[in-house]
Design a protein around this ligand. Structure first.
Ligand code: ATR
Length: 275
């Protein structure tokens, strides 16, 4: 029987995950089927139960269910635990469910392996303090930056996130409001806010990107995202959108389910319209 997988979210119609996993399966000759599920905001647990009862082997979880998925499951990987969010559910033999989170590793792999960014001793700025920011915080810290500043429109949320994680750091993690960034310079600015969905950019100083600084927008779109446009206009050495992260987090989920690592470059090229 063909193993079944799916992505669950709401909305879900425009998810690229079925195309990505379909391409991975074809490339690695895995017999699997990957669909999409429009999750019920009032009964996420019921949707997961039905999928598993019908023989499902794994789920990707996307907006707005990642935190609910974390709360639903008892068994988490350490990276899901650190994120407080689950983007990958693995159905173990016997029907037990394990929650993992591949978003952070996806971001780091895209930055470092695909684009050659060297994170050690860099000054990093993470914009946003919602679920997207929390999902990547621990892997960013683990990459050895000189400092990691979380800045958010609502300053208290950024301070809260930094306070929660500071115990395990060497004092290089700080949280603040966007208005506290005046005079600061960063080698890497990551946009984890949802501002781009409204065509907007966080209100940050014009000169907070260092010479040769990089910008990474966790959002992706068919055309240049507002934050990438801002970055190019403000002298970024590189301005990357989140398509690479999307494909890399999917590859890590695929590996967790199937034990096989697909090549990501051809799939990125396919999604960019080149393949
Ligand atoms: P997600 O799960 O995508 O992180 P979220 O938890 O709703 O979604 O968080 C959205 C983040 O984007 C928040 O950090 C939010 O800032 P506030 O906490 O101040 O609301 C940020 N955000 C959304 N629109 C923004 C804008 N126009 N400018 C700056 N930050 C914005």
């Amino acid at each position: 029987m063909t193993d079944r997988y799916a992505v669950i979210g709401n909305p879900i119609a425009h998810s690229k995950s079925p195309a990505i996993h379909g391409a991975f399966a074809a490339q690695t000759h895995q017999h699997m089927d990957y669909g999409r599920i429009l999750g019920n905001p009032d009964d996420f647990a019921g949707d997961v139960r039905s999928f598993v009862a019908a023989g499902g082997r794994g789920l990707n979880v996307t907006v707005p269910f990642k935190e609910q998925a974390w709360a639903l499951l008892a068994d988490h990987s350490s990276r899901a635990q650190a994120a407080g969010a689950v983007n990958t559910i693995i159905v173990l033999d016997g029907g037990l469910l394990r929650g993992d989170n591949t978003d952070g590793v996806g971001l780091l792999r895209d930055l470092t392996r695909n684009h050659g960014f060297a994170p050690a001793r860099k000054r990093m700025l993470l914009l946003g303090a919602g679920g997207a920011a929390r999902g990547v915080l621990q892997p960013l810290l683990d990459s050895g930056p000189a400092e990691l500043v979380i800045a958010n429109r609502t300053a208290d949320k950024a301070r809260g996130l930094a306070d929660a994680l500071r115990a395990g750091t060497n004092g290089n993690l700080h949280g603040c409001g966007l208005d506290a960034l005046a005079g600061r310079r960063f080698d890497l600015i990551i946009n984890a806010t949802s501002s781009g969905l409204d065509g907007d950019v966080p209100d940050i100083p014009d000169d907070c990107l260092a010479d040769d600084g990089w910008a990474y927008d966790m959002l992706y779109a068919d055309s240049t995202t507002p934050f990438c446009r801002w970055a190019v206009e403000h002298g970024a050495a590189r301005a990357l959108d989140g398509l690479g992260m999307l494909v890399e987090q999917a590859a890590e989920s695929f590996f967790l389910w199937r034990g096989v690592r697909p090549l990501t470059a051809p799939v990125m090229e396919m999604l960019r319209g080149g393949g």
